[in-house]
Design a protein around this ligand. Structure first.
Ligand code: HEC
Length: 101
């Protein structure tokens, strides 16, 4: 249950765009800090702190900017699938990793 909430929050925060960090109302801000922490811990190593994917790993894997229109266009279901099951050969599903928090 908690895990589901965490994942959905990650999706909505990242999906809405990184610009919302810092501009959020106080109540949402605490939850977003938590999500940001998850993102920085679990995703930024490849996708980069800003989502652009300009990390050593990201460049090697030729990944897209998660803020690109075609990525933002993905439905929450598609995001959930990618995060839980992974994508292509290079992004592993994070079901186990996220559950371990
Ligand atoms: C080991 C490196 C790695 C980690 C860690 C990682 N990703 Fe990815 N991710 C990738 C790669 C590589 C792709 C593109 C795969 C492909 O070619 O389909 C990708 C694709 C995606 C996509 C689909 C859109 C796109 O760019 O193709 C989303 C959404 C995504 N990742 C979100 C996340 C989130 C959220 C996390 C953290 C919970 C995360 N990723 C962690 C490497 C990673």
């Amino acid at each position: 249950m908690l895990r589901t909430i965490a994942i959905l929050t990650v999706i909505s925060v990242i999906g809405v765009g990184f610009l919302t960090f810092g501009a959020a109302p106080p109540v949402a801000a605490a939850a977003q800090d938590d999500v940001k922490q998850v993102y920085l811990n679990k995703c930024a190593v490849c996708h980069g702190e800003d989502g652009a994917g300009k990390t050593a790993k990201g460049k090697k894997l030729k990944m897209k900017d998660v803020r690109a229109p075609e990525v933002q266009k993905m439905t929450p279901e598609q995001w959930t699938n990618v995060i839980l099951k992974g994508s292509g050969q290079d992004m592993d599903g994070l079901r186990k990793t996220l559950a371990r928090r």
